[in-house]
Design a protein around this ligand. Structure first.
Ligand SMILES: [Zn+2]
Length: 285
Protein backbone atom coordinates (compact mmCIF):
# COMPACT_ATOMS: atom_id res chain seq x y z
CA UNK A 1 0.00 0.00 0.00
CA UNK A 2 1.16 3.47 -0.78
CA UNK A 3 1.47 6.18 1.75
CA UNK A 4 -0.05 9.56 0.91
CA UNK A 5 2.18 12.57 0.75
CA UNK A 6 1.30 14.78 3.66
CA UNK A 7 0.17 18.31 3.16
CA UNK A 8 -0.05 20.78 5.94
CA UNK A 9 -2.54 23.61 6.04
CA UNK A 10 -1.15 27.11 6.39
CA UNK A 11 -0.63 27.87 10.04
CA UNK A 12 -0.26 31.09 11.98
CA UNK A 13 2.59 30.98 14.45
CA UNK A 14 4.52 33.38 16.69
CA UNK A 15 5.05 37.04 15.90
CA UNK A 16 8.09 38.52 14.26
CA UNK A 17 9.68 41.96 14.02
CA UNK A 18 10.44 42.13 10.34
CA UNK A 19 8.08 42.70 7.52
CA UNK A 20 8.77 42.20 3.84
CA UNK A 21 7.69 44.82 1.38
CA UNK A 22 7.84 43.36 -2.09
CA UNK A 23 7.29 44.79 -5.47
CA UNK A 24 3.75 43.96 -6.53
CA UNK A 25 4.75 44.20 -10.17
CA UNK A 26 7.44 41.52 -9.86
CA UNK A 27 5.01 39.19 -8.09
CA UNK A 28 2.40 39.76 -10.78
CA UNK A 29 4.93 38.80 -13.46
CA UNK A 30 5.95 35.66 -11.56
CA UNK A 31 2.32 34.68 -11.07
CA UNK A 32 1.48 35.11 -14.75
CA UNK A 33 4.51 33.16 -15.89
CA UNK A 34 4.13 30.24 -13.46
CA UNK A 35 0.35 30.01 -14.06
CA UNK A 36 0.93 29.95 -17.80
CA UNK A 37 3.57 27.23 -17.55
CA UNK A 38 1.53 24.91 -15.32
CA UNK A 39 -1.81 25.38 -17.04
CA UNK A 40 -0.64 25.42 -20.65
CA UNK A 41 2.40 23.20 -20.98
CA UNK A 42 2.13 19.52 -21.58
CA UNK A 43 5.02 17.14 -22.18
CA UNK A 44 5.00 13.89 -24.09
CA UNK A 45 6.27 11.07 -21.89
CA UNK A 46 9.43 10.59 -23.98
CA UNK A 47 10.21 14.32 -23.73
CA UNK A 48 9.63 14.59 -20.01
CA UNK A 49 11.62 11.39 -19.46
CA UNK A 50 14.56 12.87 -21.31
CA UNK A 51 14.31 16.13 -19.36
CA UNK A 52 14.11 14.25 -16.06
CA UNK A 53 17.20 12.19 -16.98
CA UNK A 54 19.10 15.32 -17.98
CA UNK A 55 18.23 16.92 -14.67
CA UNK A 56 19.39 13.84 -12.74
CA UNK A 57 22.68 13.72 -14.64
CA UNK A 58 23.26 17.44 -14.23
CA UNK A 59 22.65 17.12 -10.50
CA UNK A 60 25.29 14.39 -10.22
CA UNK A 61 27.75 16.52 -12.19
CA UNK A 62 27.19 19.67 -10.18
CA UNK A 63 26.63 18.32 -6.67
CA UNK A 64 29.47 17.93 -4.19
CA UNK A 65 28.13 14.76 -2.55
CA UNK A 66 25.67 13.20 -4.92
CA UNK A 67 27.90 11.34 -7.34
CA UNK A 68 26.03 8.08 -7.76
CA UNK A 69 22.34 7.31 -8.52
CA UNK A 70 22.26 5.44 -5.21
CA UNK A 71 24.08 8.22 -3.40
CA UNK A 72 24.97 7.77 0.27
CA UNK A 73 25.06 11.40 1.18
CA UNK A 74 23.23 14.56 0.11
CA UNK A 75 22.99 18.08 1.47
CA UNK A 76 20.21 20.63 1.68
CA UNK A 77 22.05 22.48 -1.10
CA UNK A 78 21.45 19.46 -3.37
CA UNK A 79 17.70 19.80 -2.84
CA UNK A 80 17.91 23.46 -3.77
CA UNK A 81 20.04 22.73 -6.83
CA UNK A 82 17.57 20.09 -7.97
CA UNK A 83 14.60 22.42 -7.49
CA UNK A 84 16.38 25.15 -9.44
CA UNK A 85 16.87 22.84 -12.41
CA UNK A 86 13.19 21.89 -12.36
CA UNK A 87 12.27 25.53 -12.19
CA UNK A 88 14.33 26.28 -15.30
CA UNK A 89 12.94 23.38 -17.32
CA UNK A 90 9.31 23.28 -16.17
CA UNK A 91 8.25 26.50 -14.45
CA UNK A 92 9.77 29.21 -16.63
CA UNK A 93 12.48 29.97 -14.05
CA UNK A 94 9.93 31.96 -12.06
CA UNK A 95 8.68 29.60 -9.37
CA UNK A 96 11.68 29.76 -7.03
CA UNK A 97 12.31 33.52 -7.39
CA UNK A 98 8.61 34.03 -6.62
CA UNK A 99 8.71 31.78 -3.54
CA UNK A 100 11.97 33.43 -2.47
CA UNK A 101 10.35 36.86 -2.60
CA UNK A 102 8.54 35.58 0.52
CA UNK A 103 11.12 33.14 1.91
CA UNK A 104 12.00 29.61 0.86
CA UNK A 105 14.06 26.80 2.39
CA UNK A 106 14.90 23.25 1.47
CA UNK A 107 15.84 20.57 3.95
CA UNK A 108 16.19 16.87 4.54
CA UNK A 109 14.09 15.55 7.39
CA UNK A 110 14.93 12.37 9.27
CA UNK A 111 11.74 12.65 11.33
CA UNK A 112 9.40 12.13 8.40
CA UNK A 113 8.72 8.40 8.58
CA UNK A 114 5.57 8.24 6.43
CA UNK A 115 5.52 11.18 4.03
CA UNK A 116 8.17 11.21 1.30
CA UNK A 117 8.05 14.99 1.09
CA UNK A 118 6.27 17.91 2.65
CA UNK A 119 5.70 21.47 1.49
CA UNK A 120 4.81 23.87 4.24
CA UNK A 121 3.70 27.46 4.24
CA UNK A 122 4.07 29.34 7.48
CA UNK A 123 2.41 32.69 7.97
CA UNK A 124 3.83 34.83 10.72
CA UNK A 125 1.93 37.84 11.98
CA UNK A 126 3.83 40.75 13.42
CA UNK A 127 2.07 41.55 16.70
CA UNK A 128 2.99 45.22 16.57
CA UNK A 129 2.29 46.09 12.96
CA UNK A 130 -0.12 43.29 12.06
CA UNK A 131 1.95 42.63 8.92
CA UNK A 132 1.90 39.07 7.62
CA UNK A 133 5.08 37.33 6.65
CA UNK A 134 4.95 34.15 4.59
CA UNK A 135 7.61 31.47 4.42
CA UNK A 136 7.75 28.28 2.36
CA UNK A 137 9.68 25.11 3.03
CA UNK A 138 10.14 21.93 1.03
CA UNK A 139 11.37 18.96 3.08
CA UNK A 140 12.22 15.49 1.77
CA UNK A 141 12.39 12.45 4.04
CA UNK A 142 15.97 11.22 4.36
CA UNK A 143 14.71 8.27 6.44
CA UNK A 144 12.56 6.93 3.61
CA UNK A 145 14.91 7.70 0.73
CA UNK A 146 18.01 6.29 2.40
CA UNK A 147 16.43 3.10 3.62
CA UNK A 148 14.97 2.39 0.19
CA UNK A 149 17.36 1.01 -2.46
CA UNK A 150 19.54 -0.38 0.31
CA UNK A 151 19.07 -4.02 1.25
CA UNK A 152 15.39 -4.83 0.79
CA UNK A 153 14.52 -5.33 -2.84
CA UNK A 154 11.04 -4.95 -4.24
CA UNK A 155 9.71 -2.69 -7.01
CA UNK A 156 9.42 0.89 -5.80
CA UNK A 157 6.86 3.20 -7.35
CA UNK A 158 6.72 6.88 -6.53
CA UNK A 159 3.89 8.99 -7.98
CA UNK A 160 2.90 5.94 -10.03
CA UNK A 161 6.29 5.68 -11.75
CA UNK A 162 8.67 2.81 -11.10
CA UNK A 163 12.00 4.08 -9.79
CA UNK A 164 15.26 2.23 -10.38
CA UNK A 165 17.37 4.09 -7.87
CA UNK A 166 17.42 6.65 -5.09
CA UNK A 167 18.02 9.57 -7.42
CA UNK A 168 14.91 8.80 -9.47
CA UNK A 169 12.80 8.49 -6.30
CA UNK A 170 14.20 11.79 -5.01
CA UNK A 171 13.31 13.46 -8.30
CA UNK A 172 9.74 12.13 -8.26
CA UNK A 173 9.21 13.41 -4.70
CA UNK A 174 10.70 16.80 -5.58
CA UNK A 175 8.48 17.08 -8.68
CA UNK A 176 5.44 16.36 -6.51
CA UNK A 177 6.44 18.93 -3.89
CA UNK A 178 7.12 21.60 -6.50
CA UNK A 179 3.54 21.28 -7.68
CA UNK A 180 2.39 21.79 -4.08
CA UNK A 181 4.54 24.91 -3.93
CA UNK A 182 3.08 26.13 -7.22
CA UNK A 183 -0.50 25.59 -6.07
CA UNK A 184 0.11 27.34 -2.75
CA UNK A 185 1.52 30.36 -4.56
CA UNK A 186 -0.99 30.56 -7.40
CA UNK A 187 -4.19 29.35 -5.74
CA UNK A 188 -3.42 29.53 -1.98
CA UNK A 189 -4.65 26.00 -1.33
CA UNK A 190 -3.04 22.77 -2.50
CA UNK A 191 -4.27 19.21 -2.43
CA UNK A 192 -2.67 16.35 -4.31
CA UNK A 193 -5.83 14.24 -4.18
CA UNK A 194 -7.66 16.88 -6.25
CA UNK A 195 -8.07 17.04 -10.02
CA UNK A 196 -6.20 20.28 -10.53
CA UNK A 197 -3.05 18.93 -8.88
CA UNK A 198 -3.25 15.62 -10.68
CA UNK A 199 -3.78 17.32 -14.04
CA UNK A 200 -0.61 19.39 -13.60
CA UNK A 201 1.36 16.39 -12.30
CA UNK A 202 0.34 14.36 -15.33
CA UNK A 203 0.91 17.02 -17.97
CA UNK A 204 4.33 18.06 -16.68
CA UNK A 205 5.75 14.84 -15.27
CA UNK A 206 3.37 12.05 -16.36
CA UNK A 207 2.67 11.22 -12.70
CA UNK A 208 -0.32 8.92 -12.38
CA UNK A 209 -0.49 8.71 -8.58
CA UNK A 210 -0.04 11.00 -5.60
CA UNK A 211 1.41 8.28 -3.39
CA UNK A 212 4.78 6.69 -2.83
CA UNK A 213 5.81 3.14 -2.04
CA UNK A 214 9.14 3.98 -0.41
CA UNK A 215 10.12 1.60 2.37
CA UNK A 216 8.92 2.90 5.73
CA UNK A 217 10.38 1.95 9.15
CA UNK A 218 7.11 0.11 9.76
CA UNK A 219 7.60 -2.09 6.69
CA UNK A 220 11.26 -2.69 7.52
CA UNK A 221 10.40 -3.73 11.08
CA UNK A 222 7.83 -6.21 9.81
CA UNK A 223 10.09 -7.64 7.08
CA UNK A 224 13.32 -7.88 9.05
CA UNK A 225 12.25 -8.46 12.62
CA UNK A 226 8.65 -9.57 12.21
CA UNK A 227 7.71 -6.71 14.54
CA UNK A 228 4.36 -5.05 13.87
CA UNK A 229 1.98 -2.75 15.69
CA UNK A 230 0.36 -5.03 18.27
CA UNK A 231 3.36 -7.41 18.52
CA UNK A 232 4.29 -8.59 22.01
CA UNK A 233 8.01 -7.87 22.44
CA UNK A 234 10.89 -8.05 24.94
CA UNK A 235 13.78 -5.66 25.31
CA UNK A 236 16.55 -4.90 27.75
CA UNK A 237 17.17 -1.52 29.26
CA UNK A 238 19.91 -0.77 31.78
CA UNK A 239 20.27 -4.45 32.58
CA UNK A 240 16.56 -4.95 33.18
CA UNK A 241 14.26 -7.06 31.03
CA UNK A 242 10.94 -5.57 29.89
CA UNK A 243 7.97 -6.98 28.05
CA UNK A 244 5.31 -4.95 26.30
CA UNK A 245 3.20 -4.31 23.23
CA UNK A 246 4.25 -2.30 20.18
CA UNK A 247 1.94 0.67 19.86
CA UNK A 248 3.57 2.67 17.08
CA UNK A 249 6.55 2.41 14.73
CA UNK A 250 8.34 5.52 13.52
CA UNK A 251 12.15 5.75 13.60
CA UNK A 252 11.86 3.75 16.83
CA UNK A 253 9.09 1.57 18.18
CA UNK A 254 6.83 2.84 20.93
CA UNK A 255 6.38 -0.04 23.37
CA UNK A 256 3.76 0.04 26.12
CA UNK A 257 4.89 -1.81 29.25
CA UNK A 258 2.43 -2.50 32.07
CA UNK A 259 3.34 -0.34 35.04
CA UNK A 260 1.04 0.72 37.92
CA UNK A 261 2.74 4.14 37.99
CA UNK A 262 2.17 4.68 34.28
CA UNK A 263 -0.60 6.42 32.38
CA UNK A 264 -4.06 4.82 32.22
CA UNK A 265 -5.10 3.61 28.75
CA UNK A 266 -8.53 2.90 27.26
CA UNK A 267 -8.31 -0.80 28.24
CA UNK A 268 -8.24 0.30 31.88
CA UNK A 269 -4.62 -0.80 32.40
CA UNK A 270 -1.68 1.41 33.29
CA UNK A 271 1.32 1.50 30.94
CA UNK A 272 4.63 3.25 30.61
CA UNK A 273 5.87 4.22 27.16
CA UNK A 274 9.34 3.24 25.97
CA UNK A 275 10.94 4.35 22.70
CA UNK A 276 13.09 1.46 21.59
CA UNK A 277 15.23 0.99 18.46
CA UNK A 278 13.65 -1.85 16.47
CA UNK A 279 16.95 -3.78 16.39
CA UNK A 280 16.79 -4.13 20.18
CA UNK A 281 13.34 -5.76 20.19
CA UNK A 282 12.78 -9.50 20.36
CA UNK A 283 9.40 -11.08 19.78
CA UNK A 284 7.99 -12.49 23.02
CA UNK A 285 6.71 -16.03 23.04
ZN1 LIG B 1 1.08 15.71 -1.94
Amino acid sequence: MGTPFAWRKPTVVASSQTSIIESREAQKTFRERVSRFVTQSSFESTDTLELQRNIGQRLMRESRFLKDPNFQKASNADLQLLAEMYDQYYFGGSLLPWARSYGLDFRWSSRMTRAGGKTTRTVTVNRHTGARETHYEIALSSTLLFQTFRDMSRPIKVTGIECGNRLEAMQRVMEHEMIHLTEMLVWEDSCCAANRFQGIAYRLFRHTEHRHELITPRERAAAEFNVRVGSRVCFQLEGKQFQGIVNRITRRATVLVKDPTGERYSDGQHYRKYYVPITLLRLAN
